[in-house]
Every structure is written in C-alpha cells, then in structure tokens.
Design a protein around this ligand. Structure first.
Ligand SMILES: Nc1ncnc2c1ncn2[C@@H]1O[C@H](COP(=O)(O)OP(=O)(O)OP(=O)(O)O)[C@@H](O)[C@H]1O
Length: 693
C-alpha cells in the first residue's frame, strides 16, 4: 500500500539496488556526455600531465639534493636540487588554475543537462496524471534544486580528485621506480590492499546513499503534503496519524543516515590501511632496503613521495569517491534513469491515498486499529445497523443535534427502509444510485427530477484540460427544493468544482446542469444571480456601511429583515462594536470569521432560492458555525454546502461523498453504510475528539 510519505515507485524499486544497476544505467549517458567533450578532456589531460611532472620532481629533487648535494659535500648542488623541488611545488598553483578552467567546461553542461532532464521528467509525469487530480510530482523540487546541485558538485569533485590521483600517483610511482625498484615492493602491497578494501565498500555505500536519499524525499513529500492539507487534517482530526507517519519517516531517515555512517567508518579504515601503512612499511623496511643499495636520499625521496604526493591524493580520492562518487551515481540515476511508470488511478476504496495521514485501508488490514466509535472491529461481525447504533451512541460528537425538523424535510423524508430519496447521485463507476430495490428509481425519486428539482446534474463531466483526467465524471445529482445537502470529500476531489458548476461559473465538459429547472449554461450573470448565491471560503466585504453590505443582494430588504438576518447569523455583537448598521464597516477591521458572517447574512437575505456555500464557515468556531448553518437551513430555499467539519454533514438532510470517480449520496447513516471513505473520515474524527468540533 502506498502511504503518505512513501517515496515514489522508482524510489522503492531502486532503493534495493546495490548500485550495479544504476551504474549500468548511468554509464552509457556518461560515455555520450564525455564523447561530446573530447576537446575539454584533452586540455584537462594536458594540464594534468603537468601534475605528473610536479609529483615526480618533488621527490626526485629531494633525493638528488641529499645524495648528490649535501651527503656528497656539494651544498650548491644540494640547494639547486632543492630549488627544483620547490619549483615543482610552486608549479602547482598555475596548474590548478588551468585545471579549474577546463573543469567548468564539463560541470556546467552537466548541470544544464540534468535540469533539462528533471524538468522533462516532471512534465511527463504531470501530463501522465501522476497522483490524484491536480496531484503534483513534489519530489521534482528536490530533483531540480538539491539533487542537481549535488550531482554538479559531486561530479566536479570527482573529476578533480580522480584526475589528480591518477596523474600524481603516476608521477610518484615513476619517481619511486627511478629512485629504486625495491621501494615499490615495500610501498605497493599496503597501498593496493587499502585501495581494494576501499573499492569493496563502493557498492554497499551507494545502496546506503540511495536509501538515505529516498528517505529524504519521502520525508520532504510527506511534509509538503501535510502542509497543503493542514486544514483538512485539523477538520478531520487526522493530525496525530499524520504526525505518527512523519515520525516513522524521520526514523527511516535516521536509520538510513546511520547505515551510511557505518560504511563511512569502514571506508575510514581503508584509508588508514592505504594511507598510513606504506609509511610504516617503509620505516620498518629501511634495513632491508639499505641492504639492497637504496641510498639515504632515495629513502627521503620515497618518504616525500608518500607524504607529500601519494597519500594526500589518495586521501582526497577516497573521500571523493566514497561520498561524492556514490552520491553522484544515485542522483544521476534518479534524474536520468528509467522513467518510473505512472499507472492509472487506483480504484477508490482499494489502496488509494486520500490525503495526508488519511489513507483508505481495507478494514481487515492488520494495523488498522479500531478507535473508539469507529466502524468495524477485527474478529467480530456486526450488522451495519448495529455498527451505526453503537457508533452514534458512543460518540457525543455524532449525535444529531435536536432541532425542529423543517416541514419540507419531513415531507420529503423517504419511507422507512427506502434507500435514497430526494437526492440521487450516481457516477459512471458508482454503485450508490438510490433506487427502489429493483434497479428502477424510486417513485419519490422520479417526482424530484425534472422541473421540480432545485438542482439537477445529468451525466456531468468536468475536466480542467483536454488531456486532464476528469475531476467529476458522469455525475448525476438531484436535489429537492428545500433540501439541505452537505458535500464532503478529500482535499482536491472536486467539491469547489461542483459548487462552481452549479453556480454556472464553470461550464461542464459534458452533461447538463439545471437550477430550478433551468439550464445554467450560457445564462446571463443577472439571471444566474436570481437563481443562486455562491458564498466562497474567502468572504467578500466591501467598504461601506454594514447595512450596504448586508442588503447588497436584496436592496429592498426592510430593517426588520436585516435585523432578522443579523440575529440569525449572530452578528449582533459586531453591529454593536461598529456602532450600528449604518456605521462604516471597513473590511480591514473585521476578522475572517466576522467577514464570513457578513457574507452569510447577505446570502441569508438574498431572494435567490439556492444557497451554495463553499466552506464558507471555515473561519467560524463550531458553535457559530452550527447556528449559522441551522439558520441558513431554516431559510426558505435549498442549501448546498461544502462541509468544513463533519458536524456539518451530520446536521444536513443528506450527505454527498465525493470519492474520485465514485460518489455516494444519502443520509448520514446511509453513507456511513455505503461509503468506506466516509467511514474513514468519521473513524478518524471520532478517534481524536479533541481535534473535532
Ligand atoms: N482552475 C483550475 N485549473 C486546473 N485545475 C483545477 C482548477 N481548479 C481546480 N483544479 C483541480 O481540480 C481538482 C478539484 O479541485 P477543487 O478545488 O474542486 O477540489 P476541492 O475538493 O474543493 O478541494 P479543497 O477541499 O482543497 O478546496 C483539484 O485537483 C484541483 O487542483
């Protein structure tokens, strides 16, 4: 199952790779890249040859200064050879400058190429519809910034040190050979032993590096998703679950970092063998070397080669290959390796991720613990009715508020036992079409369709782009006049899209939207305004008096009507604070909640028969929200609202659960039975009452 924060399919599959697969994938790209830059490589080689000469002269100059100069009593010659050695050291500065100038000819094209590749990949994934509708490839940010820079820096470091080691080692070994072949016999075994040990750590180190990167991406992805869904997490009470998953990911990242550190320790041991044993061996072998005619100058020259050239070059090579090499391989493979497959949207109710920390799981899945009041208990079978009864009884938050039932609600309440009723909803893949039990719509249902319906959607499909996956797919919905319908669903599922379609501010890609029996498509703004009011999440209050704001949609409202709206929405304290209805109401001095109350009171006063609220109560505290909602529901007309808290759904006559291309509609109890998603929502909500309303 894919959980929040799990790295993508590529991360998982490649996370187990020991590095050889990545090497196979990356090498052809590297060959092509280098083949196109032979000029730079030749110039780099020429500059590097100067390093060979420099390394050679350093030890050779010291050896000759001792043997032919100072020990032979010719101080002048000794100083001359020392000057040669010094000149070799000083030669290093212009050589490094030349090397760096050529290096830029390799690293900058590499970075440009990787950025292009990362962007191409992200666009391809976006076009293929990775994730939920509107889902994004969040790891792309990491690839584009962090990982490309890692690749560039690692590549530069690698070229610099690998080249330096090869050319310096060539100069030093040549020097040792020229001083005395026996020196090589002593120095080479520990040197090669250390190098072999070091090379043996490369693969496991690359795998550990890969795991660390995957863990880092997963943690970043989880954090980004959680941040984007904070509002839903709070409303659904899934914060603790998300925090728990975040803690798991932090643990994973820490474990990966520890594994990496372990291999770094082995590598340090290899460096000790290769870097320090040759010096020790040389010291211990002095008598043996002297016996073979190795002069004091040659010994001193050999030490100079080891300490000044070979070992520093080896040290930097190991550090670079160890860290930068495996990092480079892993990052290159992530950016230019095979494109991870983007499969079709998994079916809702299977293993599809709904939102951070809120994952639709089969109820039988181990680890899907029961929380007080959640729906099923492993090992015990209960009838749906029993489950509902227990659940509602055990959790006060789920008890329907006792309010007088509006007359219209009683009139349209379905007969006991009947499923469905005044609201129908279906989608191409939905199994939730209410019917009379024999497949045909219930008679009451028929009566609500056509000109009688307050809102009717017939096979409505909405895609935001020609190639984009539809947000709503063949959706049928029928809302009776006077109905109070709550729309719920995960973030980004299409709730706002639905309200905008019904409001007529968005045209369906296919199908028909009718309000009060009239098709909304192509209707003039004034006509639409007479049919419906849409209150969005961010309430609009204009500069003017409070009265101007409240009566904007109904200029002829009497003072009594306005007073009634003020009372119904709980605006009285604000009116008093501002100094009366005719006092200026500057939007800047109102809180978000006060602005929402003003917008709701304006909608309450509107003569439009249909009110559409798109999380229009999200800034209100639960008590104010309940009062506003109940007043709006009592107002003559139909109320369709995107629920911010599940308590809103419990208060509504019907609940429409949008769940990908599935949609389920019915009373709270009915959708609890039929919608696993709704059960998930309510289960989580119940489990953390502190976060609930
Ligand atoms: N103008 C647009 N252009 C392209 N895609 C859009 C547009 N508006 C919304 N979407 C996408 O359509 C999908 C449904 O968005 P919508 O806002 O309707 O969801 P929602 O359920 O209301 O989400 P939320 O609860 O977060 O407000 C999302 O994936 C969103 O990214």
């Amino acid at each position: 199952m894919k959980r929040v924060g799990d790295a993508g399919p590529d991360a998982g599959a490649r996370g187990t790779d020991d590095g050889s697969g990545a090497l196979r994938r990356v090498v052809p790209h590297a060959r092509r890249f280098l083949a196109r830059r032979t000029g730079v490589l030749v110039r780099l080689t020429l500059w590097s040859l100067a390093e060979t000469g420099q390394a050679f002269l350093l030890g050779y100059g010291v050896a000759r200064a001792v043997d032919r100069g100072f020990l032979a009593g010719d101080t002048r010659l000794g100083l001359l050879w020392l000057t040669v050695a010094l000149a070799a050291v000083l030669l290093g500065a212009p050589v490094i400058r030349g090397v760096f100038a050529q290096l830029a000819g390799l690293t900058e094209p590499l970075r440009d190429g990787l950025v292009r590749s990362a962007v191409d990949r992200s666009l391809t994934r976006a076009a293929a519809g990775a994730g939920a509708p509107g889902g994004t490839d969040r790891a792309a940010v990491s690839r584009l910034t962090n990982q490309v820079e890692i690749a560039r820096d690692s590549f530069a470091g690698l070229v610099l040190t690998l080249r330096s080691f090869v050319f310096t080692a060539a100069g030093a070994l040549l020097g040792l050979l020229s001083l005395h072949p026996a020196l090589l016999v002593v120095v080479l075994p520990p040197l090669t032993g250390g190098l072999v040990l070091f090379l043996a750590t490369l693969r496991p180190m690359a795998a550990a590096q890969r795991r660390a990167l995957a863990a880092d991406e997963a943690l970043g992805d989880h954090a980004a998703r959680s941040r984007a869904a904070l509002r839903d997490l709070t409303a659904c009470g899934t914060g603790p679950e998300t925090a728990r998953r975040g803690a798991e990911l932090v643990d994973d990242a820490a474990a990966a970092a520890r594994a990496l550190a372990g291999w770094a320790a082995v590598r340090t041991a290899a460096l000790g063998v290769a870097g320090h044993l040759p010096v020790l061996a040389l010291l211990l072998a002095v008598p043996w070397l002297r016996g073979r005619g190795v002069t004091a100058g040659a010994l001193l020259g050999a030490f100079t080669y080891l300490v000044q050239s070979l070992l520093p070059a080896l040290h930097t090579l190991m550090a670079a290959l160890g860290a930068a090499g495996s990092r480079l391989l892993v990052v290159l493979d992530r950016i230019i390796g095979p494109e991870p497959e983007v499969g079709p949207e998994p079916a809702v109710g299977s293993e599809r991720e709904l939102k951070p920390g809120w994952v639709s799981r089969p109820e039988s899945e181990p680890g899907w613990e029961m929380k007080p009041g959640s729906v099923s208990e492993p090992g015990r079978t209960r009838t749906p009715g029993e489950e509902r009864t227990e659940e509602l009884a055990s959790v006060p938050a789920f008890t329907r508020p006792s309010r007088p039932e509006p007359a219209y609600a009683a009139a349209r309440r379905p007969a006991p036992g009947a499923v469905g009723g005044a609201v129908t909803v279906s989608a191409r893949t939905s199994a939730g079409l209410p019917d009379a039990g024999d497949g045909a719509p219930a008679p009451r249902e028929h009566a609500r369709r056509g000109p009688d319906a307050a809102v009717e959607l017939r096979s409505v499909t909405l895609s935001y782009g020609v190639r984009a996956a539809p947000v709503l797919d063949s959706l049928d919905l029928c809302v009776a006049p006077g109905e109070h319908l709550a729309v719920v669903g995960p973030s980004g599922i299409g709730k706002s899209t639905l309200t905008r379609l019904i409001a007529g501010s968005l045209l369906p890609s296919a199908g028909e939207v009718r309000v009060a029996g009239r098709e909304v498509t192509g209707r003039a703004p004034a006509e639409l305004a007479a049919l419906r009011v849409l209150v969005p999440q961010e309430a609009y209050v204009f500069s003017g008096t409070l009265s101007d704001n409240l009566t904007y949609l109904r200029p002829d409202a009497s003072r009594a009507d306005v007073d009634a709206a003020v009372g119904a929405m709980g605006l009285r304290p604000l009116v008093e604070r501002l100094g009366g209805l005719d006092a200026p109401a500057r939007p800047a001095v109102l809180s978000h909640g006060e602005r929402q109350l003003v917008a709701l009171a304006r909608a309450y006063l509107s003569p439009a028969p249909l009110l559409l609220l798109d999380e229009a109560t999200c800034h209100l505290d639960p008590a104010s929200e309940a009062r506003a909602e109940e007043s709006l529901a009592r107002r003559p007309g139909t109320l369709l609202m995107v629920a911010h808290r599940l308590s809103s759904a419990v208060r509504a006559d019907r609940v429409l659960v949008l769940d990908g291309t599935k949609a389920v509609c019915g009373t709270h109890d009915e959708v609890l039975d039929r919608s696993p998603l709704y059960r998930d929502l309510t289960g989580h909500w119940n489990g953390t009452p502190a976060a609930g309303p």
